[in-house]
Design a protein around this ligand. Structure first.
Ligand code: ADP
Ligand code: MG
Ligand code: MG
Length: 216
């Protein structure tokens, strides 16, 4: 931790906080996602974090947020991430309510390219939504938060059935608890496209069950 000069907090997720930081040796600016070991004690959470690091650390694409490395001390696990200076698409959408057709088209194309890239490597993201899409220094979108990512099932592995992600963005096969594949990300991209243009996701409703019914 002493190799970094830690700056302001730039985000907060379910298990961690994200800080701006400078790597002292080079002056390079990064984002540090700091997780408390104490909060990760559940075996499953640790496995999930290992997978997040393994998957994101091996991806190199202009529309995928880079993970440069990670380290730990007695109390923390720290991910060293590319810093996205313009924050999340969620904040941008909240400010502007909706996004022009031209900009939406560019955003959707960028995430489509990111998905094509990860799906080729048989990786499924499973949590595409505005909070997990960051805006880089040239205004380009970066797919982030691989905390729910997994490998697409092969011929000999069990089909995927774990329900995960965020309700408004769930594909109908997941809502129905059927086996699914990387197409759940493609569905979520469609939801994103709608939300960018309209300002709210298409199947939003009062109550969990009504949203599920509309999605199906
Ligand atoms: P969680 O897995 O807990 O949801 P995320 O990786 O999604 O954590 O990060 C939580 C929030 O922190 C994001 O929604 C965003 O606001 C901010 N954030 C995360 N990484 C970065 C980054 N590299 N640059 C700028 N902001 C970030
Ligand atoms: Mg997140
Ligand atoms: Mg996560």
């Amino acid at each position: 931790m002493n190799d970094f000069k830690i700056g302001r907090q730039i985000g907060k997720g379910k298990y961690g906080r994200v800080y701006l930081a400078i790597y002292k040796a080079s002056g390079y600016i990064v984002a540090l996602k700091i997780l408390l070991k104490q909060e990760l004690q559940h075996e499953k959470l640790l496995k999930q974090l290992e997978r997040e690091v393994e998957i994101q650390g091996n991806l190199d694409h202009p529309n995928v947020l880079k993970l440069y490395g990670y380290f730990q001390d007695d109390n923390h696990i720290v991910m060293i991430l590319e810093f996205a200076q313009y924050g999340t698409l969620y904040d941008f959408l909240k400010k502007s309510q909706r996004i022009s057709e031209g900009r939406s088209a560019r955003y959707v194309a960028q995430i489509a390219r990111a998905l094509q890239f990860i799906h080729q490597k048989r990786i499924i993201h499973r949590d595409i939504k505005p909070e997990n899409l960051l805006v880089g220094r040239n205004g380009e979108l970066k797919l982030a938060d691989f905390g729910w990512a997994t490998y697409a099932p092969g011929l000999s592995s069990a089909p995927l059935t774990t329900v995960c992600g965020t309700l408004d963005y769930l594909a109908p096969e997941m809502v129905r608890r059927l086996p699914y594949n990387e197409n759940v990300d493609v569905w979520a991209l469609g939801i994103l496209c709608y939300e960018l243009l309209v300002g709210v996701p298409p199947f939003e409703a009062i109550g969990f069950h009504e949203t599920c019914r509309r999605i199906i």
